[in-house]
Design a protein around this ligand. Structure first.
Ligand SMILES: NC(=O)c1ccc[n+]([C@@H]2O[C@H](COP(=O)([O-])OP(=O)(O)OC[C@H]3O[C@@H](n4cnc5c(N)ncnc54)[C@H](OP(=O)(O)O)[C@@H]3O)[C@@H](O)[C@H]2O)c1
Length: 289
């Protein structure tokens, strides 16, 4: 099987590409090598590479920037997806589209499953939801994989967990919101889970997150410091309304999968706390080298 990855230069790509390279032939295209909103570029690459499967990781992920600049959000998250879905369909390529639990409004008081109805509450979620609709409309041979609250990559990615560790190493006290809940998910586990979905599951939409009890950002930050050997008391809880950010954040971004539980095959990812411990250990070893 030959696979190409669009948007390979981000946090998920940095763990997914090496893992998939251990399984099959993979060519990775970061943003600079392929802008998914450029149809000619997409056509040329797909025509040359002729992959069996395309993993679509490219996304405009800055949620506040999406809110302030709809062009930024829809160019990649919707129009780019539409172009790639159409070209994949034309060439008989199966498409894996990574989506988000932010397609829901966050008002549910328990984790979202695949049969809840999307109703995005910010522009990022809306643009990703329209991306899903484009995949379904233009490329029947697809897997849509919705996930939540990723951690992984290296310190350079500076997403939530890496930021908490960095602030702790600078002796800062850190205010973290306690009224938003999600399913923390390790990119390395997600990369492996996606490969299992492609190998064993029929086309369709799946929720894929680490197991364990969903956590607030506050609980995730405390667990991060506890594992890394810092005092968790450096984290102080606050409310999302304490920050005046352009984009509203859903209160509930935790997920579960009905489909991965009851289809003929089953698939589950490890508890997020053990995966977080593994990730922090890896980062410590990297920093020591
Ligand atoms: N991070 C999370 O917590 C989370 C949660 C749920 C779902 N997801 C989804 O998971 C996927 C991977 O997320 P991530 O955290 O790895 O995001 P990321 O670190 O922001 O990576 C996204 C990559 O896409 C690239 N990109 C942006 N616009 C592009 C375009 N027009 N053409 C080609 N590449 C483009 C970015 O390049 P530049 O940096 O140069 O713009 C970046 O390298 C995304 O689909 C995201 O929506 C993420």
């Amino acid at each position: 099987m030959k696979v190409i990855v669009f948007g390979s230069g981000g946090m998920l790509g940095s763990d997914l590409v090496p893992f998939w390279q251990s399984l099959c032939e993979v060519k990775a295209f970061p943003h600079a090598a392929c802008d998914v909103s450029n149809r000619e570029m997409v056509k040329k690459i797909l025509g040359i590479e002729k992959p069996d499967v395309l993993l679509f990781l490219a996304a405009a992920t800055n949620v506040d920037r999406c809110e302030l600049n709809r062009d930024y959000a829809f160019r990649t998250n919707t129009i780019g997806v539409e172009i790639v879905a159409q070209e994949c369909n034309r060439l008989g390529i199966s498409l894996v589209y990574i989506s988000t639990i932010a397609v829901f409004d966050g008002e549910k008081d328990s984790p979202y499953d695949e049969y809840d109805l999307p109703s995005p509450m910010n522009t990022y979620g809306l643009s990703k939801y329209h991306g899903e609709l484009a995949v379904r409309a233009f490329c029947p041979d697809h897997w849509i994989v919705r996930t939540s609250w990723l951690f992984g990559g290296g310190m350079k990615d500076m997403k939530f967990v890496a930021k908490i560790l960095r602030k702790a190493s600078m002796n800062d006290t850190i205010k973290v919101v306690r009224d938003c809940v999600g399913s923390p998910t390790y990119t390395a586990d997600l990369a492996k889970g996606i490969s299992e979905i492609v190998e064993r599951f029929q086309f369709g939409t799946y929720h894929l997150v680490n197991g364990g009890v969903p956590a607030s950002r506050y609980e995730l930050a405390r667990e991060t410091l506890r594992i890394a050997g810092y005092s968790a008391d450096r984290i102080s809880p606050c409310l999302s309304s304490d920050f005046h950010l352009p984009a509203h954040r859903p209160k509930m971004e935790a997920a579960e999968s009905i489909r991965l539980k009851i289809l003929p095959h089953t698939l589950s990812l490890p508890d997020w706390k053990s995966s977080l411990a593994g990730y922090i250990d890896l980062m410590h070893r990297d920093l020591a080298n």
